[in-house]
Ligand binder design. Sequence first.
Ligand SMILES: NC(=O)C1=CN([C@@H]2O[C@H](COP(=O)(O)OP(=O)(O)OC[C@H]3O[C@@H](n4cnc5c(N)ncnc54)[C@H](O)[C@@H]3O)[C@@H](O)[C@H]2O)C=CC1
Ligand SMILES: O=C(O)C1=NCCCC1
Length: 321
Amino acid sequence: MSNPIFIHEDQVKKLLNWDSTFDAVEAALESVYNKRAVQSPRTFTQSTTSKTLLLTMPGHLDNERFGALGCKLVTVAPDNINLEHPLPTINAQILLFEEATGILKAVVGGTEITKWRTAAASAVATKHLKPKEFQVLAILGAGVQGRIHAICFNHFYDFKEIRIWNHNVHKAETLVQELNQVYNCQKFKCCQSNEECVRGADVVVTATFAKSPIVQKEWLKDGVHINAVGAGLVHHSELSESIYQSSHVYIDHWAGAQTELAGLGKLGVEFKGEIGGVITGDLPPPPLDQVTVFQSLGMAAEDCAMARLIYDLFIQESNMN
Ligand SMILES: NC(=O)C1=CN([C@@H]2O[C@H](COP(=O)(O)OP(=O)(O)OC[C@H]3O[C@@H](n4cnc5c(N)ncnc54)[C@H](O)[C@@H]3O)[C@@H](O)[C@H]2O)C=CC1
Ligand SMILES: O=C(O)C1=NCCCC1
């Protein structure tokens, strides 16, 4: 019996690319809708001696290119950004199993994968819910997810302006400076307020730990698409209740939404369906002038697909050397 291989974060980083990530995430979302994926409910274990939360996310995906049996272990430690030497808030490992034997075949660094697949899920949802060209992107939150969404949407779209706001404005300023330098442009702009950031935007991304709404309905342009990424046990509250009540809200998976978004259900919010149904064409996308929301929770099937992608690329590369 061979030992599992370890694919470390720095190796994962070198193997990731946006186009394959998009394909893997799109396949995962579609497979969940088509019942070609199994995702047992994720568990949440709260440390009693710190703010750290441990999630287990088991899943199986039946797909020729991205199929896998795996389990992501992921921690959320919001205080990590306040350390003298800050660490990422979200850290993960993905266990990948041999399907027939159940033997552990790889442990794949899951922190970069979580970053990339979450931004790619927003890009997939945006493509299918609003198939048109955009001018202005607004990103609320300049943390890990805010940054990777800026990079991902800049890769897939030709936005004229990408605005970034953070409740601690200095962080948004630093990110904007970094991105304008990396891409040798001036399209990244720092906003002093969330309202200034959102007004007039065609696409909005919320990626914060906000516990009360940071986007109000009256700021929204007709036909805007919102990717609401900030997630947690109790605070799906980045958008105001009236936005959830008046827009076309899509989710990544029903089972997760029924438990983790029960609070929205109690407010009378009706989800239009899983984004996978729009990908397959079973659910028609809403008219382009309607406000759409993709409420992202994050799914094990996405992580399994990504771990399989990275595993295959790693083996391919090892065989060439
Ligand atoms: N849907 C999904 O698949 C995933 C969702 N997430 C969620 O995305 C969100 C962001 O995660 P990361 O970027 O990794 O975290 P991060 O810690 O790197 O960034 C969070 C940002 O939120 C800001 N923030 C903190 N408290 C705030 C408040 N009360 N109001 C407004 N802004 C506030 C911080 O200044 C920081 O810039 C979290 O809610 C996380 O749980 C993360 C990974 C996957
Ligand atoms: O899907 C994920 O992975 C996560 N979702 C919510 C926050 C922690 C990571």
